[in-house]
Write a protein that binds this ligand. Structure first.
Ligand SMILES: NC(=O)c1ccc[n+]([C@@H]2O[C@H](COP(=O)([O-])OP(=O)(O)OC[C@H]3O[C@@H](n4cnc5c(N)ncnc54)[C@H](OP(=O)(O)O)[C@@H]3O)[C@@H](O)[C@H]2O)c1
Length: 292
């Protein structure tokens, strides 16, 4: 099995490389230690995928997902998340590769009251989400053998490249170490998802799932406030966690108040192996302790 992981240095890409360690894994990044690749260049992408590597599977984890920056630079966001994804899809179709494209819960807009299923209508609220949704459509149009996998609120052992390195768990533990109380929003609900569990799920889907759109997050849902409290409880960190409303934090970006996903398509094929979010958090914290 030959596999290409694009965005291999990122949090998810790094765990996919670990998960696929028994395969012939080719890594690609903007500035990593594998193939240097900018997915905005159609010809470079075609050469790497269709002429050089000719992989069985391509995992495209590359994204511009610094959400405020996408809002300020929409051309940049669309060039990576939409046109770049299209370049990868065209090359995969030419090479006969299965493309596994990563997308986001943010494609859903306001008004959600129960976990979104794959047949619910997206309604993006910000540029990042619109560019990722455009990427989904372009991938589906150009590469019939695709899996589009929407996930949410990722954290993992590798640094989040687009967000300056720190994931939410790192940020909470850092804040708790430097101040007596931490304010966290209660009115944004999603599902924190450990990239190691997601990488396992993605491999299984790549091996067995029919082409199409899949939701893949940990099970359950919680607010960022609930997640922060769980992090402090699980690590025995003494800090006062203060509930806050999203409107108290100045932001130019609109975000969905509720974007939990239901992994229905995978579950219907008996392929949903995602753990409950708090169990995944415990696994992640155990791995951090082992590596410390
Ligand atoms: N993080 C989240 O909370 C979250 C939530 C929902 C969905 N997602 C989606 O999950 C996927 C993986 O996210 P992540 O958190 O693992 O991201 P990440 O840590 O920021 O990694 C992104 C990777 O993409 C690479 N990249 C960026 N622009 C590129 C380009 N033009 N050409 C080639 N490579 C490029 C980066 O390369 P360098 O390492 O060289 O910079 C980096 O390795 C993305 O599709 C994202 O939209 C993320």
């Amino acid at each position: 099995m030959r596999v290409l992981v694009i965005g291999a240095q990122g949090q998810l890409g790094a765990d996919l490389c670990r998960e696929l360690a028994d395969a012939e894994v080719h890594r690609a990044d903007l500035d990593g230690d594998g193939h240097l690749l900018d997915i905005r260049g159609a010809e470079t992408v075609r050469q790497l995928i269709a002429d050089a590597v000719k992989p069985d599977w391509v995992f495209n984890c590359a994204a511009a997902h610094n959400v405020p920056r996408c809002e300020e630079e929409p051309e940049m966001a669309f060039s990576v998340n939409a046109a770049g994804a299209r370049n990868v899809a065209i090359a995969c179709h030419a090479a006969g590769s299965r493309l596994i494209q990563v997308s986001t819960d943010y494609v859903f807009g306001s008004g959600g009251t129960r976990p979104f299923v794959e047949t619910d209508l997206p309604a993006p609220l910000n540029v990042y989400a619109a560019s990722k949704l455009a990427g989904e459509h372009l991938v589906a149009a150009e590469c019939p053998n695709h899996l589009i996998i929407r996930t949410a609120a990722l954290y993992g052992m590798a640094p989040c490249r687009a967000k300056g390195g720190r994931n939410f768990v790192d940020t909470m533990l850092h804040l708790a170490a430097t101040r007596p109380e931490v304010k966290v929003v209660t009115d944004e609900i999603s599902t924190p998802t450990y990239t190691r569990a997601l990488a396992r799920q993605m491999r299984l889907l790549a091996e067995r799932a029919e082409p199409g759109l899949y939701h893949a997050t940990c099970q359950g849902a919680c607010s960022w406030f609930d997640f922060a409290r769980a992090i402090f409880e699980e690590t025995g960190t003494a800090v006062n966690v203060v509930p806050a409303m999203a409107a108290e934090f100045q932001s130019l970006v609109k975000r969905p108040a509720y974007s939990a996903l239901d992994n229905r398509h995978a579950r219907d094929q008996a392929l949903d192996v995602m753990p409950y979010w708090r169990d995944a958090l415990r696994d992640y914290l155990a791995e951090r302790r082992e590596k410390a």
